[in-house]
Design a protein around this ligand. Sequence first.
Ligand code: PRT
Ligand code: MG
Length: 208
Amino acid sequence: MLTIAVSKGRIYEDALPLLAEAGIIPVDDPKTCRKLILSTTRKDVQLVIIRATDVPTFVEYGAADLGIAGKDVLIEHGAESLYEPLDLNIACCRLMTAAHKDAPELKGRIRVATKYVKIAQSYFASKGIQAEIIKLYGSMELAPLVGLADCIVDLVDTGNTLKANDLEPRELIMNISSRLVVNKAAMKMKHEAISILLTQFEKTLANR
Ligand code: PRT
Ligand code: MG
């Protein structure tokens, strides 16, 4: 049995067509079904549905053999303990700094609100900017509006969320896409099954 960890939101939606090409079609829809383990049309493959930020943890400990996670989540988690054989090129976005549209260029000592504490720390350190990082778990956009922070570090796709809150994107930290990750022991123990799956994904991606 191969267990693949996926989060329920946009990564799941983008991953479905890719999984389907490998013959993996979940029997239930996680939007309407409360099951956390989903059987698929392949008897040898099941999905576990978890929070996006928990995917590296499940795969690291071997609770899932494979996982699909955003590069943002992988870097923030520190995923050296995982294999990352494939860029799936799905759920693409940009990790950026953003500030109020009327705010001047940020300098001196600044306060930054984000859920990406490690990434933000190393980004501002690399620029020689003294930043106090404030960890938030959501609604980062609010922080500059209420004086909690001078800027935020968050994911941007269309830019509509920033715009709706009078913020603007400032600097690109990195481009983000979702990656396939594999548990290191599983890569050895279940080598054949995993490499067949990798080849199937690679073929689908090459034809896109
Ligand atoms: O558990 P949690 O709620 O934290 O995760 P989730 O349910 O949102 O997980 P899921 O499966 O949706 O995956 C999140 C992953 O999708 C992230 O780790 C990214 O790798 C990727 N991704 C791609 C995004 C976005 N695009 C994105 N736009 N994740 C979040 N957003 C948010 C962003 O944080 C901001 O609030 O969308 C808003 C901005 O979108 P625009 O279009 O208004 O710019
Ligand atoms: Mg979400």
